[in-house]
Design a protein. Structure first.
Length: 336
């Protein structure tokens, strides 16, 4: 009788331990537009392995790459409904959470990466607070590369874009303001529909980074490329606040602690590989000769007009924008 009782108790103890162990496992379902095999996915996969290893399997990441979870607005909707817990977003997705952060990808604002880095450092606390106030934890900052014009045919000047079928990411109020300031009438589409649109001629011009153009297979449809970048595309790695809050303190600390090194690698590797992609495309594309002598002063003025319009609509923050202006003024005035 006693051996049977002990055996029963032992089985119950094992079942209880197994249930507790299962309850301690957290799965971060994470979506991105980055295709499998891309620079970004290689970094994300290494990050996922690091989290799993350092947590002894208690925190794992299940990736949904290549847009299989939909466009960025779709990803954010799925996060709200609990179908996903995190995502890597470009500027469009960032703008759906905390629009003022997009001042960091305003066209013709920064002269180089050093200026952009300094501006981001100055407003980073406000960006993190803005994400948190909107129910997201910002884990890492990233970039998608320098933005260029890509076209299916030559372009004589920027003014000619008013007569082109230029793609605009559907629902992107930020880029819409800049197109409007230049008098361009874009074709609004989800990013997942750009490749077929280039194939059919619905769209003949896109703004993209060299790295993304290759990753999305747009480069084969756009044999003309501007040599001068107009801005640097931003991005962010986020998790839903409710998922982050559900983690025990040690896993919260682990997840948050991976953010800084993840951000450093994402930015460094993207900048390196985007330049390599630019060099590769330069061998296989023709320059958009009409855009080789962009009047940066004129374009910067148009960009300021768009920024002012977005501030008036409370999409951008005048306070954060003036902080960025102050950083640039100090750097360009020779101050540290």
């Amino acid at each position: 009788m006693m051996p049977r009782l002990f055996k029963t108790l032992a089985v119950c103890a094992l079942l209880w331990a197994g249930a507790v162990h299962a309850a301690d496992v957290y799965v971060l379902k994470f979506a991105t537009l980055a295709p499998q095999g891309s620079t970004w996915m290689k970094i994300f996969e290494a990050w996922g392995k690091d989290l799993a290893g350092r947590s002894q399997g208690r925190l794992t990441v299940k990736f949904y790459p290549g847009g299989i979870a939909g466009d960025e607005p779709d990803m954010l909707k799925k996060i709200r409904f609990g179908q996903l817990q995190g995502a890597a977003l470009s500027g469009h997705g960032v703008g759906e959470i905390f629009p003022p952060a997009r001042i960091l990808e305003a066209p013709f604002l920064f002269r180089d990466h050093a200026e952009a880095d300094a501006a981001r450092a100055a407003i980073q606390p406000a960006i993190e607070a803005g994400f948190r106030a909107n129910q997201y934890e910002l884990l890492a900052w990233m970039e998608v590369g320098n933005i260029h014009f890509f076209s299916t045919r030559p372009l004589a000047s920027l003014d000619e874009l008013a007569r082109r079928r230029i793609w605009q990411w559907q629902g992107d109020r930020f880029i819409d303001a800049f197109f409007d300031a230049n008098g361009w009438s874009p074709i609004a589409l989800p990013i997942t529909e750009v490749y077929p649109a280039l194939s059919t001629g619905l769209v003949d011009t896109v703004v993209s980074t060299p790295l993304a153009s290759i990753a999305m297979q747009w480069a084969g449809r756009t044999p003309y490329m501007s040599t001068q970048p107009v801005a640097t595309g931003i991005g962010a790695v986020v998790v839903a606040s409710r998922f982050y809050a559900s983690l025990p303190p040690d896993l919260q600390a682990l997840l948050k602690g991976t953010g800084a090194p993840l951000s450093q690698r994402l930015i460094a590797d993207t900048r390196r590989d985007d330049q390599a992609a630019l060099a590769l495309l330069a061998k296989h594309t023709q320059p958009l000769t009409g855009l080789q002598t962009i009047d940066f002063a004129e374009q910067a003025a148009r960009s300021r007009k768009a920024v002012a319009a977005l501030e008036a609509r409370r999409y951008l923050s005048a306070d954060l924008d003036r902080q960025v202006d102050a950083v640039l003024a100090r750097r360009r005035g020779g101050a540290n």
